[in-house]
Design a protein around this ligand. Structure first.
Ligand code: GTQ
Length: 347
């Protein structure tokens, strides 16, 4: 590979003359934007322990009333992007949100897509597009682009959930904005009841095509049961994994980020090949280690970590007797739609 000319090799008055006309020479920066053989990610493998987050989040509950926060969230920020960018990866945002008994986070809608993975507490709900979704630990609740959503709490203990949004991408596209609305009327019809039985679809399904997102709540009890029954049916299957999908299209539940639940059998080690999308791992139940290249994180329940793309990730369940359940979010739908999705052979 030949060395390319540097900016310092050019006469300073030439560079100034270019810049005065909003022009920049490519060659000094060419290797930076098109590095040889593999991307140079800003995303760093990072671990956020729930035992660190929880007391600070509860403190936010004392410091900032909900009407001063609208959404009381501590952002899980990747230092590789700079904390103030509030990014977990190029396209993913992660936040831990706290709602206290009696609080209400008012209705709004926005262009970024979001999901909630419920971490602890009972009694809270999210109303999304008129569907009131109970929030139970491990449940996944979608708030896709453009749909009204608000969060309320009728219980008596703090409720915490993990928000996953494609905010960094939509913000980068200069397409991020929100609109405030009033309290939603709760409508009849709950997607998880109509669509919540695998392979048995309401007929004719395409009568519902006015609703781009027919199912908004994926109860953990159903996902966990699906994983256990898949594992029992396929004893030789390595990746006991399910994709949260749109039951009408069979595609990903949302357009930009992908969401999955993975079961690691007792003692299992699962090596994932390097893939172009960055990924996030949140432990729902059990114990798991996540090794990202040479770095290893030991996750206990409610811990969250991320891995850059193009990097091998190995998951392991240290328990000899209990399965581990991991919620995964990644940028696969985005990469596939853009045509940049790649899987590399393991080293
Ligand atoms: O709950 O609607 O973490 O609008 C960031 C932006 C949560 C929400 C976040 C949001 C929300």
């Amino acid at each position: 590979m030949s060395d390319l000319g540097r900016l310092e090799d050019l006469p300073a008055d030439y560079v100034s003359a270019l810049r005065a006309k909003n022009l920049v020479p490519l060659w000094p920066s060419l290797r930076g934007v098109l590095p040889p053989n593999r991307p140079i990610p800003n995303t760093r493998a990072t671990l956020w322990r729930y035992q660190d987050i929880r007391p600070l989040l509860l403190q936010a509950g004392e410091l900032t009333p909900i009407d001063k926060a609208e959404r009381r969230v501590l952002v899980l920020a990747n230092p590789g992007h700079g904390l103030d960018k509030m990014q977990a990866s190029a396209a993913m945002y992660l936040g831990m949100q706290l709602l206290l008994p009696g609080e209400w986070a008012p209705s709004h809608r926005h262009t970024p897509n979001a999901v909630r993975m419920v971490v602890e507490g009972t009694g809270a709900w999210s109303t999304v597009d008129g569907q009131k979704c109970e929030m139970v630990r491990g449940d996944l609740i979608l708030t896709p682009t453009g749909l009204w959503h608000e969060h309320g709490h009728d219980g008596d203990v703090p409720v915490v959930w993990l928000d996953v949004l494609d905010l960094p991408l939509v913000y980068y596209l200069e397409a991020s904005y929100h609109v405030n609305g009033g309290r939603q009327a709760v409508l009849p019809g709950q997607g998880e009841r109509a669509y919540g039985h695998g392979g048995l679809l309401p007929t004719p399904v395409f009568q519902r095509s006015t609703q781009a997102y027919p199912m908004l709540r994926y109860p953990w009890a159903e996902a966990r049961a699906a994983l256990l029954s898949l594992a029992a049916d396929r004893p030789a299957l390595d990746a006991v994994q399910i994709t949260y999908s749109n039951p009408e299209t069979g595609g990903h539940a949302e357009n930009i980020l992908g969401f999955y639940a993975l079961m690691l059998r007792p003692g299992q080690t699962l090596a994932l090949p390097p893939r172009s999308p960055a990924s996030v791992y949140h432990l729902i139940e059990g114990a798991a280690s996540v090794s990202v290249a040479a770095q290893r994180f030991d996750l206990v329940e409610a811990d969250t970590c991320c891995a850059p793309g193009y990097t091998p990730v190995t998951l392991a369940n240290p328990s000899a007797s209990a399965p581990a359940f991991v919620f995964i979010a990644d940028e696969t739908p985005l990469h596939q739609k853009l045509g940049v999705y790649e899987v590399w052979p393991a080293d």
